[in-house]
Write a protein that binds this ligand. Structure first.
Ligand code: NAD
Length: 258
């Protein structure tokens, strides 16, 4: 049985009720996990308020700011996790960012700064958060990140984010190889396209979704909760033999040739 009772889980990347991280948080909560939620703070505190209201029904025991571009903040957030919880079992890395200009048109137009920004926020942040979470995972643990097919295939407009996801999937393998001896498993879910704040920045996202609805074996796209179910599985003992993998949760689209 899938049971996360007593597990302490940090979920990053909730921006609103469309966020994939929101689907994951709900399913981890349903499976009994004790949640800590992090959010990306803004100057006016709007995001903090919005995310706090959304997650309230899940009763998180920690609610902390975590901008992965701010090393000091990441450090103090994980110090607080250490102080309040003493250990960590689950880390959900569910965040990415690239400039909208770099998610449309010719890939060869990507600027150095745009390339670096996408890699820093979307790829390096997994290494950063896994590294700081590792000493807290004293009883083993599970780290799950979110990828997309654009990391292994050339998908129109996905451009620099495809390169970031290719890097992310490689990071999953290197982190899994390093952390396995501490019984920390690291896996990625490659989700099919879902309408969210982040995906709305990708040129032609609605066409991508309609294409998947036509071509995928299940003739539909997936929901945030379906991704959440897969994440709960990857965080549970039911997946104890699985690490370093990319699990496709995409209604089967990835297997199709045409
Ligand atoms: N929506 C899709 O079609 C799809 C498909 C496959 C994979 N993914 C991946 O799923 C993950 C979640 O995206 P989503 O689609 O749910 O969109 P979303 O906009 O709801 O979530 C993206 C999150 O990243 C956070 N973020 C951005 N910059 C940050 C920073 N500097 N520090 C901390 N957090 C930061 C945002 O606050 C937001 O919560 C991303 O990695 C995305 O690439 C999305």
């Amino acid at each position: 049985m899938l049971d996360l009772t007593g597990k302490k889980a940090i979920v990053t990347g909730i921006a609103n009720n469309r966020s994939i991280a929101w689907g994951i948080a709900q399913q981890l909560h349903k499976a009994g996990a004790n949640l800590g939620i992090t959010y990306l703070p803004d100057e006016k505190g709007k995001m903090e308020k919005k995310v706090a209201e959304l997650v309230e029904p899940l009763n998180p025991s920690l609610f902390l700011p975590c901008d992965v571009q701010n090393d000091e903040q990441v450090k103090s957030t994980f110090e607080e996790i250490q102080q309040k919880w003493g250990k960590l079992d689950i880390l959900i890395h569910c965040l990415a960012f690239a400039s909208k200009d770099d998610l449309t048109g010719d890939f060869s137009n990507t600027s150095r700064s745009g390339f670096n920004l996408a890699m820093e926020v979307s790829t390096y942040s997994l290494v950063q958060l896994a590294g700081i979470a590792k000493p807290l995972m004293t009883e083993g643990g599970s780290i799950v990140t979110l990828s997309y097919l654009g990391g292994v295939r050339a998908i129109p407009n996905y451009n620099v984010m495809g390169v970031a996801k290719a890097g992310l999937e490689a990071c999953v393998r290197y982190l899994a190889a390093e952390m396995g001896s501490a019984n920390i498993r690291v896996n990625a879910i490659s989700a099919g396209p879902i309408r969210t704040l982040a995906s709305s920045a990708v040129g032609g996202i609605l066409d991508m979704i309609h294409h998947v609805e036509k071509v995928a074996p299940l003739k539909r796209t997936v929901t945030q909760l379906e991704v959440g179910n897969a994440a709960a599985f990857l965080c549970s003992d039911l997946s104890s033999g699985i690490t370093g993998q990319v699990l496709y949760v995409d209604a089967g689209y990835e297997i199709m040739g045409m």
